[in-house]
Design a binder for this molecule. Structure first.
Ligand code: AMP
Ligand code: GLY
Length: 425
């Protein structure tokens, strides 16, 4: 089989590594990919939003299956373009990817179908939003409606802050057109857990849980980033939490989408908060998490192609989804200054240390080869150093040991990825 993966980050490298394990696959392409993915796949210089070029490539190369890793092309309708051409593709159509693409849509869906989430109001008028704030209690959460690279969420402690936030989102358009509409919602407290799942339109199978660390600095300080590290499973995702989510959240979401005439096929990523009143949905994403995929996929026992094809064909109920009884930790090596300003083009040394090391993975996020063929940094998040272990603690030790194998100028990482594990003891 020939498989095309659309995307260029650590998540797509993890997907490519899973696809490479499939005995059914003999050729992998990635558009546009990165220097690490290029070790497993043939990278083609087509952007993820160049739908017609992607479809033409898939047709010309007789690609059997295309896997869309990123949110932008899903929300923009890449799957619809492929389907219209009779090309086989894994991911939700545009009318289902709206589950991630519009926070107002997802909040209304949860309200209509009684799926537990924070209380909220939607606004498309700044004056109404400002008036609403006058009687609200604080802290309060402001969310730009559309995709904003995970940055369109503001937690405001005072009325003043919240008013400035509404102005920034709706009037100054700090997050672009994403801010034409916004959600104002109740502030919740609790631990966050990410649960990814495969969905075939009617059946859902959840994967092992994970937890992300979004802030740039140790102790959850500093700016929000795309994710500085993850661990899996989350010890806070207990059997009781799972039973609650099975009953009120997972199938309910899939059924709600089907009832709305928007059957969802692909990955639903549930961003959950375990509040004192029980689990609540913080957000939905319509794709694997990055860097959640880096700790979840290496632990999956199934052939990923079998699972994805079952989703496309509506027979996910036949799949016995299984994960290893171990743990994994991913520590992101970033370029110092991320997520604001950082240098690129810095030589990366030591990547060969990962060769042949069972249970260790060096997923590339922002890397490329320079004109001399050397690996250099090419983004803020550079590598996702991942290791498995029998327990979370062992996985964490292994992952941090492996971060020492690689060096580049301005190398930056958090030192407390998975520290919460200790509190679970
Ligand atoms: P989202 O993109 O909706 O997941 O929001 C990004 C981050 O903002 C989440 O991971 C939470 O840490 C935080 N957040 C979002 N909504 C809420 C809320 N209602 N209460 C508290 N924190 C929130
Ligand atoms: N790690 C969070 C996300 O992928 O949205």
């Amino acid at each position: 089989m020939k498989v095309l993966i659309v995307g260029s980050g650590g998540r797509e490298h993890a997907i490519a590594a899973s696809v490479a394990k499939s005995t059914r696959v003999d050729r992998i392409y990635c558009a546009p990919g990165n220097a690490g993915i290029a070790q497993l796949a043939e990278c083609v210089p087509i952007g993820a939003m160049e739908f017609d070029k992607l479809a033409a490539f898939a047709r010309e190369q007789a690609v059997d299956l295309t896997i869309v890793g990123m949110d932008d092309p899903l929300v923009g309708g890449l799957v619809d373009v492929f389907e219209a051409e009779g090309l086989r593709v894994f991911g939700p159509r545009k009318n289902a990817a709206i589950l991630e693409g519009s926070k107002a849509f997802s909040k209304d869906l949860m309200k209509k179908y009684n799926i537990p989430t924070a209380a909220y109001e939607n606004f498309d008028d700044a004056d109404k939003a400002l008036a609403y704030l006058e009687t609200a209690s604080f802290p309060i959460v402001l969310k730009a409606d559309g995709l904003a690279l995970g940055k369109g969420v503001l937690i405001c402690n005072t009325l003043e802050e919240a008013k400035d936030g509404v102005k920034a989102i709706m009037l100054d358009k700090q997050f672009g057109a994403s801010g034409n509409r916004m959600v104002i919602e109740e502030f919740m407290t609790g631990r966050e857990v990410s649960v990814l799942s495969y969905v075939d339109g009617k059946t859902i199978k959840t994967m092992t849980s994970a937890q992300d660390h979004k802030r740039a600095g140790d102790g959850d300080t500093g700016l929000n980033t795309g994710g500085m590290g993850t661990f899996s499973p989350s010890p806070f995702y207990t059997k009781e939490v799972d039973a609650f989510c099975e009953k009120y959240i997972y199938q309910a979401t899939v059924d709600a989408m089907a009832a709305e005439g928007r059957p969802f096929q692909g990955i639903i990523f549930f961003g959950l908060m375990l509040t004192p009143n029980g689990p609540r949905v913080l957000e939905y994403n319509a794709r694997f998490g990055d860097p959640e995929a880096q700790v979840v996929l290496p632990r999956m026992k199934n052939d990923i192609i079998d699972v994805m094809e079952a989703c496309i064909d509506g027979r996910l109920d036949e799949i016995d989804l299984q994960f290893e009884e171990n743990a994994a930790v991913c520590v992101v090596l970033a370029s110092d200054g991320y997520p604001v300003k950082y240098d690129k083009g810095l030589e990366i040394r030591g990547l060969e240390s990962f060769e042949g090391k069972e249970g260790y993975y060096c997923f590339h996020a922002g890397t490329k080869r320079d004109e001399n063929g050397k690996f250099v940094t090419n983004g803020g998040r550079v590598l996702g150093i991942t290791a498995k272990g029998a327990t979370l603690k062992e996985a964490r030790q292994n992952a941090y040991a492996a971060t020492e194998w690689v060096t580049f100028d301005n190398k930056y990482m958090r030192h407390d990825i998975g520290k919460a594990i200790d509190e679970a003891d």
